[in-house]
Ligand binder design. Structure first.
Ligand code: ZN
Ligand code: FE
Length: 251
C-alpha cells in the first residue's frame, strides 16, 4: 500500500509534511517548526501524529517540537543534539515506521547534524535543507566539499525518487540556475513551469530526482556546459560546486 502525504506551509516559506500509512494508521510529521500548523494539518487529514522526524537543529524546523511532542505523545527521531529527540540517529541507521524501513542519510553542509529520511520501498526522501527544488541549502556549518559529498549521496538514489524539501525557494533558485546553465532546454522548460506554478501560488515541492539531475546546477558540477560557463573545465566537481554555491550566495 502506498503512503499518503500531506504538505502544508508555515512561516514565510517553510513546508511541513505529514506521512501517513493507511494500513497501520501510523503518521509521521517531518520536522516540527510550528505547533499550530502541524496540529491543523493533523485535523485536516484526520491523521493522528505518532512519530516526529527532525532533519536538523535550526529553529524553523524545531521551534514547535516540545509542544507538538507533548500534545501528540509522539516518539521523536533525529539528531542527538536536538532537545526532545528520543531516538538519536546517525547516518547509516535505519528504523521501523510501522512495518516500513526508514534509512537515515547524513547530509552535512547546511548544518553538521543534517539527517535525511529515505523510504526506499516507497521511493521517497525528505531532504530538509540539503537538496531543494533547483537548489541546495546554504553552507552555514559545513564546507563545500562536505555539501558536495552529501548531495552526491542523494544523486545516487533511484531517479524516480520523490524529493520533499523544506522550503519554497524554487523561483529564486530557477533564476540562478538559468544564469549558469542558459542553454539547458530541460531547465528552460522547468523554469517556465515553476513561473506558472508560482504565479498561481501552487507549490513546486515535491520534485523528482530525475528532474533535479537534469536541471539543478548543484547536482550538475560535472556538466561540461556549466564548467565551460564558469571557466572551470579542469576543476574538481567539488570545486565547481563551491563556485556555484558562492555565486548563488551573491546572486
Ligand atoms: Zn535550516
Ligand atoms: Fe529551514
Amino acid at each position: 500500500m502506498a503512503l499518503e502525504f500531506f504538505q502544508f506551509e508555515y512561516n514565510d516559506d517553510n513546508y511541513g509534511v505529514l506521512v501517513h500509512d493507511p494500513v497501520s494508521g501510523c503518521t509521521a510529521a517531518i520536522d516540527a517548526g510550528d505547533t499550530a500548523a502541524y496540529l491543523k494539518a493533523s485535523e485536516r487529514t484526520g491523521w493522528t501524529i505518532d512519530n516526529i522526524w527532525i532533519t536538523h537543529h535550526h529553529w524553523d524546523h524545531t521551534e514547535g517540537l516540545g509542544k507538538l511532542k507533548a500534545m501528540t505523545q509522539s516518539k521523536v527521531f533525529g539528531p542527538a543534539g536536538v532537545e526532545g529527540v528520543d531516538e538519536a540517529l546517525n547516518g547509516g541507521d535505519s528504523f521501523d515506521f510501522c512495518g516500513l524501513t526508514v534509512d537515515v542519510i547524513h547530509t552535512p553542509g547546511h548544518t553538521l547534524d543534517m539527517l535525511n529520511f529515505h523510504i526506499a520501498e516507497q521511493n521517497v526522501i525528505f531532504t530538509g535543507d540539503t537538496l531543494f527544488s533547483l537548489g541546495c541549502g546554504r553552507l552555514f556549518e559545513g564546507s563545500a566539499e562536505q555539501m558536495w559529498a552529501s548531495l552526491s549521496k542523494l544523486a545516487a538514489l533511484k531517479p524516480k525518487t520523490v524529493i520533499y524539501s523544506s522550503h519554497e525557494y524554487t523561483l529564486a533558485n530557477a533564476k540562478f540556475a538559468i544564469s549558469v546553465d542558459p542553454e539547458n532546454t530541460a531547465l528552460k522548460r522547468r523554469v517556465d513551469d515553476v513561473e506558472q506554478k508560482r504565479s498561481r501560488q501552487q507549490p513546486t515541492v515535491p520534485s523528482l530526482l530525475s528532474d533535479e539531475l537534469a536541471t539543478n546546477p548543484f547536482l550538475r558540477a560535472g556538466d561540461p556546459a556549466i564548467r565551460a560557463h564558469l571557466g572551470l573545465e579542469a576543476a574538481s566537481d567539488a570545486e565547481v560546486f563551491a563556485e556555484l554555491r558562492s555565486r548563488k550566495d551573491n546572486f
